[in-house]
Design a protein around this ligand. Sequence first.
Ligand SMILES: Nc1ncnc2c1ncn2[C@@H]1O[C@H](COP(=O)(O)OP(=O)(O)O)[C@@H](O)[C@H]1O
Ligand SMILES: [Mg+2]
Length: 270
Amino acid sequence: MTQAAAHLPLPDFRLADPGAHDGIAIQGVSKMFGGKRVLDGLDFVIERGETVVIIGRSGEGKSVLLKHIVRLLEPDAGRIWIDGTEITGLARPELFDMRKRFGMLFQGAALFDSLTIAENLGLGLKEHTAMTPGEIRDRASECLRMVDLAGVEDKLPSELSGGMRKRAGLARAIVMNPRYILFDEPTTGLDPITADAINDLIVMLRSELKVTAIAVTHDMASAFKIGDRIAMLSRGRIIWADTVENTRATDHPVVRQFVEGRAEGPLTVF
Ligand SMILES: Nc1ncnc2c1ncn2[C@@H]1O[C@H](COP(=O)(O)OP(=O)(O)O)[C@@H](O)[C@H]1O
Ligand SMILES: [Mg+2]
């Protein structure tokens, strides 16, 4: 990092009362893996109703950050509040209840190969609701229609294309009617046209379902299309968070370099 970049002030996301925040408050979260500090006292705040896109280089800890939000990973230090409840302090039953507020689309879509698409979508409903099998199937079909996948209920994941599997993953993320959706690289590995169709779907779901969304990507075209705000993770901290317009126009050297996809600049390649 150059002197100039190293001395840029970090945005301040410390809240006086994170337990009173309507949305997600992440305060002072650190995480090390095998002696490597991945998150380093990270602060960030997500407002109810917005879509935040987290950008950053591969290996910076974007997926690790998402997993902390639903406590699939435990922080070494720091605290996280969801809608005023400190998730880092919850015992298991309450944690599982809290996770029901989240829909997740993680890398690879992670559908169960041996279950049909309708069965994949119905897993959470079967486990966590009193819905009948008929109601579960109807709800699965309703969500499949939302992502333009009507008619694939009885297919296996292996019978669908990569783009269709992503859409099925999206349908599964919304099936429980979540308040929050976490997307981890929703368009990675898709051709540009399919990726753009997924972006359109994310925008549509966000406006129809009024969810709060956090999406991780290193694809700037996706980030600008789906985000209200763009946040950049670098060296374990959120070093930038601002609107799409301000992010496009910024002269912050690290953000600029990433946005333009240049190899030269304050971010060294190795
Ligand atoms: N469960 C884990 N055990 C050990 N190391 C991990 C684990 N998860 C992530 N890491 C490490 O943390 C760093 C950040 O990973 P990740 O969040 O996946 O990066 P990305 O920003 O590409 O999503 C990487 O060095 C990765 O190897
Ligand atoms: Mg990742």
